[in-house]
Design a protein around this ligand. Structure first.
Ligand SMILES: Nc1ncnc2c1ncn2[C@@H]1O[C@H](COP(=O)(O)OP(=O)(O)OP(=O)(O)O)[C@@H](O)[C@H]1O
Ligand SMILES: [Mg+2]
Length: 248
């Protein structure tokens, strides 16, 4: 089982779109895939048309009193399951803080799923918190959608610093450019400059495209209605690259 966190300190950069679309492509290829919607806003649950609610709330779940298996829902797609969001996730930091090893809690909860899934995507809320620390401990790799601007680069550097300071040496960082607008000079400049500085940067990038926005209207992964558009093709290329890295 591989666990991939889709994470950025910044909000609105394409984390949920990435988690949903890559999970769909993985499942379609036969990988038994789970998405855990960790964001109390419940956007990934919305895209999969599943109520953002878990029985008993996060308190019981984090204390290990609810079996994760009982909370997981099947989606409309074969091999693809969802662990829905819950509004109580907004208090997850406080609840985690009560645990014995607060940063290891999610990893402990996820371990028993290793027999059922090949791949788990964690759709993370923005911010850097105890929840994110849990995600860093649980994940084998972090996919970091990054808009090519100087401000985004700054937040990526903050992440790098956090990873170094907390000795998270086993965590593979996979930043990639998201919401790319080639009409913007800054986007082009950043995309030219950064690959030589950050060798971990993936070469696939996701263009800014209204096809992606329409996921909210259709409530479906992109490949279900616009597989051959520029964004659909870009997600396929991103999935191929991620797959090659994760199983290397
Ligand atoms: N490549 C793209 N082109 C155009 N719009 C996009 C693209 N990716 C995402 N969006 C839109 O931008 C908004 C934010 O995307 P998304 O929810 O995936 O980001 P996020 O990082 O998960 O946000 P949050 O931090 O709130 O969880 C959504 O309305 C989505 O439809
Ligand atoms: Mg999101």
């Amino acid at each position: 089982m591989h666990i991939i966190g889709v994470y950025n300190i910044k909000g609105g950069v394409g984390k949920t779109a990435t988690a949903v679309n890559l999970a769909y492509l993985a499942a379609r290829e036969g990988y038994r895939t789970l998405v855990w919607d960790l964001d109390p806003q419940g956007a990934a649950s919305f895209y999969f048309r599943i109520k953002p609610r878990i029985k008993g709330g996060s308190k019981k779940m984090l204390r290990g009193k609810t079996d994760l298996d009982d909370l997981i829902k099947g989606t409309d797609y074969e091999n693809l399951d969802l662990l829905p969001a819950d509004f109580s996730y907004r208090n997850m930091d406080l609840l985690l803080d009560e645990a014995k090893k607060p940063a290891m809690r999610l990893l402990k909860l996820l371990r028993p799923l290793s027999y059922e899934y090949d791949l788990i995507f964690l759709d993370c809320p923005p911010s850097i918190s105890l929840v994110s620390e849990n995600i860093f401990q649980a994940a084998d790799a972090l996919l970091v959608p990054t808009i090519p601007t100087t401000l985004s680069l700054r937040t990526y550097r903050q992440l790098l610093e956090f990873v170094t300071n907390n000795n998270l040496d086993d965590l593979r960082l996979m930043p990639f450019f998201s919401m790319v607008d080639r009409r913007k000079r800054m986007h082009i400049e950043m995309m030219e400059k950064l690959p030589e500085r950050y060798s971990e940067l993936l070469s696939s990038h996701i263009p800014y495209a209204s096809d992606v926005e329409r996921m909210g209207m259709y409530r479906k992964p992109l490949a279900e209605y616009a597989a051959n558009g520029p964004a659909g093709v870009a997600y396929e290329s991103l999935w191929d690259e991620v797959k090659a890295k994760v199983w290397s």
